[in-house]
Design a protein around this ligand. Sequence first.
Ligand code: NDP
Length: 297
Amino acid sequence: MPARLIDGKAIAERIQTETASEIARLKAEHNLTPGLAVILVGENPASVAYVSSKDKMCTRLGMHSLRLNLPASTTEGELLAKINDLNFDRTIHGILVQAPLPPHISEDVIFAGVDPTKDVDCFHPLNIGKLALGDDSGFFPCTPAGIQQLLIRSGVPIEGRHVVVLGRSRIVGRPVSLILSQKAKNANATVTVCHSRSANLAEICRSADILVAAIGVAHFVKAEMVREGAVVIDVGINRVEDKTAAKGYRLVGDVDFEPVSLKAGLITPVPGGVGPMTIAMLMHNTVRAAKLRHGIE
Ligand code: NDP
């Protein structure tokens, strides 16, 4: 039987609706408008598109949004100075510096320059450390938090399940493994993290109740790597040439969707699976940052 689709677009939309009503409540009851600043350095087309969609979403939800477009020639010091201004700006509760940054700027230095209480992307070492320690006073990074929400809101039990994560990056693989293995509600999974040096990858994948693919290799996960009835979360966004498509390419995930969907129990499509969740969690984190700053439950 073909797998049931996890509709990330619909789930993200529900989260946005919840966030919008929370923003309306904060305005009405506390005279507080959550604010997000997004900084873009240079003109990388994918980054421009991401930043625009974040901007539009802020407006749609009733959030204050500030966008800084800086030239690619901006120095590390100049960028840090802008971030520092935003760290002290009382109308701004979340700061996001769009990656990738030009090569002359160290992302580590920049991410560490953001006030940890405004670090809604969870790239600051303090927030990553809190996540590793199971301290929930920080933020969950957006894509991994979105993956957990997809599972929860699709009724997938996580506790006690074997989760195999393909990929150990700082933005997806590593943090999603930390979130799902936490000693907490909607977590408590047994997590195996795989990477490019892992041996017996197919065998490990076949032992997964929940398989999260985040490696950036189109169609990497084949049907024979998936257990019958498993939940498959495809984080990958890969361009493959397609002359019939308007742009000359189409987006595919890390999972060989058609054959895998005949074997899996539940599966996320690409696009329309994990992708829309990232921005939904960014908005959620910004509202949380505003509430934490003002001591609001
Ligand atoms: P990175 O390139 O930072 O990390 C890739 C990881 O996959 C690394 O840990 C790497 O191993 C591992 N890997 C690569 N090739 C293999 C292989 N053949 N076998 C096993 N492991 C392998 O990627 P990201 O985590 O940033 O992104 C992963 C994918 O998710 C990309 O397609 C990206 O576009 C997408 N993405 C989607 C988002 C969304 O909102 N939906 C958000 C962020 C990313 P090693 O560490 O050994 O090098």
